[in-house]
Design a binder for this molecule. Structure first.
Ligand code: GTP
Ligand code: MG
Length: 655
């Protein structure tokens, strides 16, 4: 029986994830030659665009075996513009390696990733990479990990010759009293029995090592390794750590199939290729399965990663990752299986959000003569691979727009449209995506038979402000038995769809909705509820009022002290608010605080001029904050249920 480990490699951009992946594949014997990111010859950066740019854009899977463990490694992109790629794989991981560059240290993106890993309790090893590069540090990086990541860590190796090609690592051994003391201090904090043995001086190294494995698998402590993916130093220790310290379980290959879709791409012929992580059972070609809303779909082909490449197989079993063909309706986040509470794939879902949503949007402008229908189709395909692109069609202005994380993603979408679809586009300027939060509580009700209600239904709703980060929550305040289920479903779906565009056209978040009234008559259909509900939602929202909020980043500026006099006023002009006085460390000063997402790019562009190229800006999404003035609106793309007359004219004409 095989054991499996689904392992994510995550880090800030350029930390060396893809290079480390090559090293691991090579060390495990899965590939004969070590490819290079700089030459565009790695296994996991396989897209043409990735090879040209030397960065990872999509998550990629590669597998290898260590002893009796099959490791399915997922190499993720580190650039913040592609954070959605990381999000989608988080729920299928058994463990992770968080890579930190020994030169750049803990970055804003490292913190973002670490927070998500901690929230999901993913067992994580830390690999401090690039010890061969000039400027590499060890103690400072360990301190930054303890402070900035607030992570209980213990180094399992030390580095020597830092900053040169001859840098080496030394495994810390059980005969080293300092190492034993470090382990004991870390591990006894979580384990009283261990603490008692320690106090009684009866804690042999073997027991500490076992406790280290237990607590690492519980994601309570994080072993740290030093190394260099470039020279290969330290990779063997990490490899041993993967199977010793991360959870590898014997898989239930006989039970009913349970799997989860975490990635979709297009194959050579444009066909849909669906990546699944098998949690239970065995799937065989020609099997009919239930996926998402579809009851019975045939799997036409299966492919798994073996010895450096994808190969066609008749079957795939629990613990593995596979590419499946034939699942034309599949979406990222779909479950395969019976969907019951015992279904392991139900416990984490690839459509859950652990990171901030995209905060920019941009109109896609087709070049003269570009086929608009083909463009819509191509963007819809890209949105299928990356649902957060959130393709928006504005029929009034005949415009298509998409949501984005940043300018690099914009370039990638443009180049993908050109290379894969032969479509030539440019983008309008990026604008910030705001949200609306209810300002208070509002209620509204429409009764069946009332003179101004042309629909055969009663709907009453109460809408309240809810905790930040709670999204939209929906609850019935009437008996479920009071109406056919299909009517309730229609109301619920329409509530969510209507709240996509609030009073000023932005998505409404942090909002709790309660159904207060419901009613129907013998000839009512679900369509009546779909038409009526938008009016009720908007009336309740108008009573509650909304507050337009913009995305705000946390920033950290590291600038020469003598440039503070020009940097601070400029930052203030861009509405940056320092949270503390600048921290002066000799010739450099550090300022932390918040800044509207809308200003981040401009600030980054101004910085080199203000600091003779020495300033460094790190930033990451922090929260939504009310827009202080010049509150922006977004043009509506629905039938404007805020304007009752116009809405009714449109809807009644249609029905
Ligand atoms: N000196 C040195 N360079 C390294 C090391 N690891 C990676 N690099 C280099 O750092 C650059 C980035 O490496 P990648 O492996 O692409 O980093 P990544 O984390 O996959 O980057 P993204 O996927 O784009 O986030 C490349 O030029 C590598 O050759 C290392 O240990 N030492
Ligand atoms: Mg990479």
């Amino acid at each position: 029986l095989d054991k499996a480990l689904n392992l994510g490699i995550v880090a800030h951009v350029d930390a060396g994830k893809t290079t480390l992946t090559e090293r691991l594949l090579h060390a495990a014997g899965a590939i004969d030659q070590i490819g290079s990111v700089d030459e565009g010859s790695t296994v996991t950066d396989s897209l043409a665009l990735e090879r040209q740019r030397g960065i990872t854009i999509r998550s990629a899977v590669a597998s290898f075996t260590v002893g009796d463990v099959t490791v399915n490694l997922i190499d993720t992109p580190g650039h913040p513009d592609f954070i959605a790629e990381v999000e989608r794989v988080l729920s299928v991981l058994d463990g992770a390696v968080l890579v930190i560059s020994a030169v750049e240290g803990v970055q804003a993106q490292t913190r973002v990733l670490n927070r998500a890993l901690r929230r999901l309790a993913v067992p994580t090893l830390i690999f401090v990479n690039k010890i061969d590069r000039v400027g590499a540090q060890d103690a400072a990086v360990l301190r930054a990990i303890a402070e900035k990541l607030d992570a209980p860590v213990v180094p399992l190796s030390t580095a020597s010759g830092l900053g040169s090609r001859t840098a080496r690592t030394i495994r810390r051994a059980g005969t080293d009293p300092g190492f034993v003391a470090d382990l004991a201090e870390l591990l006894t904090a979580n384990d009283d029995a261990l603490l008692r043995s320690y106090v009684d001086d009866a804690l042999p190294y073997e027991r500490l090592r076992e406790a280290l494995a237990v607590q690492t698998k519980q994601a309570r402590v994080h072993p740290v390794y030093f190394g260099s993916a470039a020279t290969g130093v330290g990779v063997a220790e990490l490899m041993a750590g993967l199977v010793e310290l991360l959870p590898t379980a014997i898989q239930d290959v006989a039970g009913p199939v349970s799997a989860s879709v975490f990635k979709i791409e297009r194959g050579r012929a444009g066909e849909k290729v669906v990546y699944v992580r098998m949690f239970r059972g065995t799937l065989v070609t020609r099997d009919r399965i239930g996926i998402g809303d579809e009851r019975s779909v045939t799997v036409t082909a299966i492919s798994v990663f073996e010895r450096g490449t994808w190969v066609t197989r008749k079957a795939v079993a629990a613990g593995q990752i596979a590419q499946l063909w034939g699942l034309v309706g599949a979406q990222v986040g779909d479950h395969i299986g019976d969907g019951s509470a015992s279904d392991p794939a139900r416990h984490g879902s690839a459509d859950q959000h652990y990171f901030a949503p995209p905060t920019l949007e941009s109109v896609v402008v087709p070049a003269q003569g570009t086929d608009r229908v083909a463009l819509h189709e191509a963007l819809a395909q890209l949105a299928e691979q990356d649902p957060l692109i959130d393709l928006r069609q504005d029929d009034v202005r005949r415009e298509l727009s998409i949501s984005l994380y940043g300018e690099v993603q914009k370039d990638v979408v443009r180049e993908t449209l050109a290379a894969d679809y032969g479509l030539d586009v440019t983008f309008g300027d990026s604008t910030t995506i705001c949200v609306e939060r209810p300002a208070g509580t509002g209620s509204a009700v429409e009764f069946i038979g009332a003179p101004d209600n042309p629909f055969l239904g009663t709907v009453g709703l109460r809408l309240e402000r809810a905790r930040p980060g709670s999204g939209v929550t929906y609850r019935l305040g009437v008996e479920l038995g009071s109406m056919p289920l299909a009517f309730f479903t229609a109301v619920e779906q329409t509530v969510h769809a209507t709240l996509e565009q609030g009073l000023r056209g932005w998505q409404v978040i942090d909002c709790a909705i309660t159904v207060t009234h419901s009613g129907y008559c013998p000839i009512t259909s679900a369509g009546e509820f779909r038409n009526l509900t938008p009016l009720v939602v908007m009336a309740a929202l108008r009573h509650a009022g909304t507050q337009v909020c913009e995305p705000v980043h946390h920033f950290r500026l590291d600038v020469p002290t003598d440039s503070l006099g020009v940097v601070l006023p400029e930052a203030a002009r861009m509405r940056a608010i320092p949270s503390t006085a600048p921290e002066i460390r000799g010739s450099s000063a550090v300022i932390e605080g918040t800044v509207p997402a809308a200003s981040v790019d401009r600030l980054a562009q101004r910085l080199p001029g203000l600091t003779s190229g020495e300033g460094v800006l790190e930033s990451a999404f922090d929260r939504y904050e009310p827009v202080p003035r010049d509150v922006p609106s977004r043009p509506r793309t629905d039938h404007n249920p805020l304007d009752r007359m116009a809405y009714l004219q449109h809807v009644v004409r249609r029905t």
